[in-house]
Design a protein around this ligand. Structure first.
Ligand SMILES: *Cc1c(COP(=O)(O)O)cnc(C)c1O
Length: 403
C-alpha cells in the first residue's frame, strides 16, 4: 500500500498556498503567489498614500518581470544596478528608471542615457567624467550622487555599505572637497543606501546623521533617495516611524523622498519546491535534493543563512527538534553543497517534495548553471489558486552562457 502521497507536507500549507497547485508545480521550481505579492503592494501603497513618497522596485532583489504589470499599479518604477537591469526596467516596467553603479564604463553610460530618468554616481570623478555626455543629452535626466553616511547599523559585513573600506557612497570629507572643486550645479538629489533587512529605527538613526552632515547641501535639490534595505513588509516593521521619517524630510526640506526596496516587495511571497532524490548514510542521514545551494539558493552559502522549510523542525540542539534528523544537500559536485540540518516528523524518502520558504527575492535573480545544473522553473500561483508555469529552462540556457 502506498502509505502517503509523495508531497505529504503540503497538505497543511497555509492559504493562499494549496496542496493541489503545489503538487502540480514542477521540481525544482520557484512558486510565487500573486495574492501575497498584492498583500505586500498594499502595504507599500499605504506608505505612498500617507506620505507622498515614491517607492521603486530594486531589480537586484526581484526581477520576475511577468509580474511587473501587477507591481506597476503601485510602484513608481525601478532602480537598476546595471544597463541590463535598466533595459529590463524600461522594457517591462516603464515608469521611472533609476540607475546606480559603483562605477560606469563608457558603454554603460551610453546604454543608460536614453533609458534612465535618474542616473546616480558614486563619485565626483565619475560625474565629471560623464558630464559632457550628460549635457549633450536632449532628454531631461536627473543626476544624483550617492553619499556614504559613515553610520553603520550592524548589517553583516558583505551587506554593509558603511563597513570599513567600503567603496559605496561619497564620504563627508570627500563630498566637501568635491563640492569645493566642482560645485553641485546639475545635481538634483542625493542617495544613500545603508540598510539591509532593517526596521525603521535603523533608518531614523541613519537619517539623523545624514541630516546633520549633509542637510547643508539640500538647498536646491529636488529629492532624497533613502535606498533599500527597509524591511517594510515584515510583520513587526514600524510603518509609522518610517512615515514620520519621510514626512520630516519632505516638509522640512521640500524634497521628494524615494525608497527603493527589493526584498520588501517580494518578502514571503514565494517558495522553492525541491524533491528528495536519494537518502545516503554519512555521519548522519543525508537527503540529496534535485536542487543545489550554489546554483539555486546561493545566498544560503553567501550570506550565509539557513532557510526555513515548511513542516520541518530545527537541527539537533534546537528548541523544536522533530523525530527524524537529516542534513539536506544538493546534487552538485561541490562538497560544500549543503543547505543545512533539519528535522521532520517522518523519514524522508526519495520522491518527497520539500518547500523552502521565502524564496522569491534574491533567489531567481542569482541562479547559475554551474555544474550544468538546470535552472529551476518559474511559476506563479494565481489569485484564483491555479498554477501558471511562466518559464521552464533547458540545455540551451546552459550552452548559451558558454562558447
Ligand atoms: C540592493 C540595493 C537596493 C535594494 O535593497 P533591499 O535590501 O533588497 O531592499 C536598493 N538600492 C541599492 C542601491 C541597492 O544596492
Amino acid at each position: 500500500m502506498l502509505k502517503k502521497d509523495s508531497s505529504l507536507l503540503v497538505d497543511n500549507f497555509p492559504s493562499p498556498w494549496n496542496a493541489q497547485s503545489l503538487k502540480e508545480a514542477p521540481s525544482p521550481s520557484f512558486i510565487v503567489s500573486e495574492t501575497l505579492l498584492k498583500r505586500n503592494l498594499e502595504m507599500l501603497k499605504n506608505i505612498q498614500d500617507r506620505t507622498g513618497a515614491k517607492i521603486l522596485l530594486a531589480l537586484k532583489g526581484f526581477a520576475m518581470w511577468s509580474v511587473f504589470p501587477l507591481l506597476q499599479n503601485v510602484l513608481h518604477g525601478v532602480c537598476a544596478s546595471s544597463p541590463n537591469e535598466a533595459i529590463l526596467g524600461r522594457e517591462e516596467f516603464g515608469k521611472e528608471v533609476h540607475a546606480f553603479a559603483a562605477a560606469y564604463s563608457d558603454s554603460d553610460v551610453q546604454t543608460l542615457l536614453p533609458i534612465v530618468d535618474h542616473l546616480l554616481f558614486n563619485s565626483f570623478n565619475q560625474w565629471q567624467k560623464f558630464k559632457p555626455l550628460l549635457e549633450q543629452q536632449k532628454k531631461d535626466i536627473e543626476i544624483g550622487l550617492r553619499i556614504n553616511p559613515e553610520h553603520s547599523e550592524g548589517a553583516v559585513a558583505i551587506y554593509n555599505p558603511c563597513s570599513v573600506g567600503s567603496r559605496l557612497g561619497i564620504r563627508l570629507k570627500d563630498f566637501e572637497k568635491g563640492v569645493k572643486d566642482f560645485g553641485l550645479s546639475g545635481i538634483s538629489g542625493l542617495h544613500f543606501h545603508t540598510l539591509c533587512e532593517q526596521n525603521s529605527d535603523a533608518l531614523a538613526r541613519t537619517l539623523d546623521i545624514v541630516e546633520q552632515n549633509f542637510s547643508k547641501y539640500f538647498k536646491g535639490l529636488k529629492w532624497l533617495n533613502f535606498g533599500g534595505g527597509h524591511h517594510i513588509t515584515r510583520e513587526d516593521y514600524d510603518v509609522d516611524l518610517l512615515c514620520r521619517c519621510i514626512e520630516r524630510i519632505q516638509n522640512k526640506y521640500k524634497l521628494q523622498v524615494y525608497l527603493e526596496p527589493g526584498e520588501a516587495v517580494a518578502l514571503n511571497t514565494g517558495v522553492f519546491k525541491t524533491t528528495v532524490l536519494d537518502v545516503v548514510q554519512a555521519d548522519l542521514p543525508i537527503a540529496i535534493l534535485d536542487s543545489s545551494a550554489p546554483t539555486h539558493m546561493p545566498d544560503v552559502l553567501e550570506m550565509p543563512y539557513r532557510p526555513n522549510i515548511f513542516g520541518a523542525g530545527d537541527a539537533d540542539g534546537g528548541t523544536n527538534v522533530k523525530k527524524y534528523l537529516y542534513r539536506l544537500a544538493g546534487k552538485s559536485c561541490l562538497a560544500g553543497d549543503v543547505i543545512g540540518e533539519y528535522s521532520f516528523d517522518e523519514p524522508l524518502t526519495p520522491g518527497m517534495s520539500l518547500y523552502f520558504l521565502d524564496m522569491a527575492h534574491y533567489s531567481m535573480v542569482k541562479t547559475t548553471t554551474f555544474n550544468g545544473l538546470g535552472l529551476p522553473d518559474i511559476t506563479l500561483l494565481k489569485e484564483d489558486a491555479s498554477l501558471k508555469i511562466i518559464r521552464t529552462f533547458g540545455y540551451e540556457d546552459f550552452k548559451m552562457r558558454l562558447s
